[in-house]
Design a protein around this ligand. Structure first.
Ligand code: ADP
Ligand code: MG
Length: 246
């Protein structure tokens, strides 16, 4: 049987203990695969190792054992073939929204002309609904807008895999809802392969094709993989109560 586009095999992570403390094995024997174009969400209790797995997949941290393979090659170190979105947008504060995106685009395609870089970046700024705000700095943008820039930046490098760590966790419910809708739209347009961590089960059901459940406690593993039925309501009616409360 052929391997999935991305697969994780026998992944293990042990953090060395601080002085006098025992080492901490956060997870071991983690195995899962993601097909091209699939949107996979991971849910699990706080502290079970979700961010650690994502960091290893992003190449920001190394595993203690096992492998991550993407597109037939072992993932080692960071690369612009993977786009990452964190809960904290991690934008460069001194750069405009557009410049945050063009910076990434230039790194990916150093040979491109200034105009080509700008046009390409603007497409993604527009895709996330930020046209007109491209010259604003992060400090002039709302939390939701900053997350949108982060998403534009990650998509603009046309990554083989998009990795997102609770990207909407810090947003209010209404803003979260509208960005979730945008994300679904962009993913449908770009057929982006996504691995996303969330602690919100409703969000996982709304966005993903499949949900991985990570068991809690020491030596966490991916316990189960649940396929979300494709006829689920992918469009949510925005609830507006007559009394103005949500
Ligand atoms: P989650 O994202 O599922 O909430 P994390 O992956 O952030 O969990 O953390 C998993 C466990 O690993 C936690 O117990 C956390 O304290 C521990 N941990 C995370 N990063 C480090 C580190 N750099 N050094 C030591 N322990 C860490
Ligand atoms: Mg986390």
């Amino acid at each position: 049987m052929s391997k999935p586009f991305l697969y994780v095999e026998n992944l293990k992570k042990t953090f060395p203990g601080a002085r006098g403390k025992d080492d901490l094995t956060v997870f071991e024997n983690v195995n899962f695969g993601i097909e091209k174009g699939e949107f996979v969400c991971v849910i699990g209790h706080s502290g079970c190792g979700k961010s650690t797995i994502l960091n290893v997949m992003a190449g920001l941290d190394e595993s203690s054992d096992g492998y991550v393979f993407m597109d037939g090659k072992e993932v080692q170190g960071t690369s612009l073939d993977r786009g990452v979105v964190f809960q904290n947008h991690s934008l460069l504060p001194w750069k405009s929204a557009l410049a945050n995106v063009t910076f990434a685009v230039k790194s990916k395609w150093p040979g491109w002309s200034k105009e080509k870089v700008r046009d390409h970046a603007m497409q993604y700024i527009e895709l996330v609904g930020l046209k007109g705000s491209e010259d604003k700095r992060p400090s002039q943008l709302s939390g939701g807008m900053k997350q949108r820039v982060g998403i534009a930046r990650a998509f603009a490098i046309e990554p083989k895999m998009l990795l997102m760590d609770e990207p909407f966790g810090a947003l209010d419910a209404l803003t979260r809802g509208s960005i979730q809708d945008e994300l679904l739209k962009i993913c449908a347009e770009t057929k982006q392969t996504v691995f996303m961590i969330t602690h919100d089960v409703d969000e996982a059901i709304l966005l993903s094709d499949r949900i991985l459940l990570m068991t809690n406690g020491p030596h966490a593993q991916v316990a189960e993989s649940v396929t979300v039925p494709i006829d689920r309501p992918r469009k949510r009616e925005t609830l507006v109560r007559q009394d103005g409360y949500y």
